[in-house]
Design a protein around this ligand. Structure first.
Ligand SMILES: NC(=O)c1ccc[n+]([C@@H]2O[C@H](COP(=O)([O-])OP(=O)(O)OC[C@H]3O[C@@H](n4cnc5c(N)ncnc54)[C@H](OP(=O)(O)O)[C@@H]3O)[C@@H](O)[C@H]2O)c1
Length: 302
């Protein structure tokens, strides 16, 4: 079943460019979770081209420029990234190449085509050393992992090299199209297997469907710059798991609370990474919803 609004033209959505032809959009990372959803939703009303490995490696500047010059997109959306947070610790060169330097390639290519450039970053740019209030765009990042540092550099490459860039910082992203925390928890509990979930990591579960709606909403605005784009509200991973299991009509007794000290992970995670969508909110651009409402839609859609 389609989520509310999917495939229907949003009243504010711009689907044609200045000369009246359908907007041309390129999505890189089109086989990833966010990329798949962008392709699925945007293909209803836009002239769309999706790329992923192996057909286009965003690290290859010449190939990126060639594709942009050939298709001449109005908008370039980059959903490609090295997202394996622990692996990034061992593959730092590759992480910086994909998450930072390749973003420069895309931003330069977008700029040379006078296209808008939409790029995604992460809550892992923060160190999580505080207990609140939620981070806003004007808080100072201090990433603790290679992944977080490479994504922060990617933000700077996007904003510095393309005058029409939008960088959306996401957090605790979930949605269909690949492994995700919500579906994993529900799947385990459905199979009667207990899951141990940490109570001391706090953040904002963010549904991919809402992110795509927010991106589409921004098409119709002159927004540019850095924006937090997270589900509204804050919870622990344990609260998130319980809410998902409850929404799926299952018993939460198999969700067992534990602390992070019981889990050894190679890359440090921020213990507190809740974000407030301050800039979207203050500019009247926000369509993000409370995380619990989005979770229901995701589960209903599956
Ligand atoms: N997942 C989260 O919890 C989360 C949280 C906050 C922010 N974000 C950000 O949100 C964005 C989307 O995340 P996601 O979860 O949808 O990622 P994903 O599922 O890992 O998808 C990323 C896609 O990019 C592709 N890719 C990797 N290197 C590439 C290259 N050199 N050239 C072209 N494509 C390449 C990957 O291909 P392979 O699979 O073959 O490598 C994959 O298909 C990313 O910017 C991520 O940093 C994610």
């Amino acid at each position: 079943m389609k989520p509310p609004g999917e495939g229907q033209q949003n009243a504010l959505e711009i689907t044609t460019n200045w000369n009246g032809r359908p907007m041309k959009i390129i999505v890189t990372g089109s086989k990833g979770k966010l990329g798949q959803r962008l392709i699925r939703v945007l293909s209803y009303s836009h002239d769309l081209l999706g790329f992923d490995l192996p057909e286009l490696d965003i690290c290859n500047l010449q190939d990126v420029i060639k594709q942009i010059l050939q298709f001449q997109p109005d908008i370039l959306i980059n959903a490609a990234a090295h997202t394996a947070v622990d692996r990034c610790e061992d593959e730092a060169d590759l992480a910086y190449q994909i998450n930072a330097l390749a973003v420069r390639n895309l931003a330069v290519a977008a700029e040379s085509n006078r296209a808008r450039f939409i790029h995604f970053s992460t809550d892992f740019v923060f160190d999580g050393e505080r207990q609140g209030p939620p981070y806003i765009e004007y808080d100072t990042p201090n990433p603790q992992s290679v992944y977080g540092r490479s994504k922060l550099m990617g933000e700077r490459e996007a904003l510095f090299n393309c005058t029409r860039s939008i960088v959306l910082r996401l957090s605790w992203l979930y949605g269909s199209g690949g492994w995700n925390f919500t579906d994993w928890v529900i799947g385990e509990v459905r199979e009667n297997r207990p899951v141990r979930i940490v109570t001391d990591q706090l953040g904002c579960p963010t549904w991919i469907g809402d992110v795509v709606n927010q991106v589409i909403h921004l098409f119709s605005t002159s927004a540019q710059g850095l924006y937090h784009c997270a589900g509204k509200g804050c919870c622990s991973r344990y609260d998130w798991a319980c809410e998902a299991v409850k929404c799926a009509g299952l018993d939460t007794s198999l969700v067992k609370p534990v602390t992070s000290t019981e889990f050894k992970q190679k890359a440090p995670r921020p213990t507190y990474s809740a974000m407030r969508n301050f800039c979207l909110e203050k500019q009247g651009l926000e369509v993000m919803r409370p995380w619990q409402d989005a979770l229901k839609d995701h589960i209903f859609e599956e």
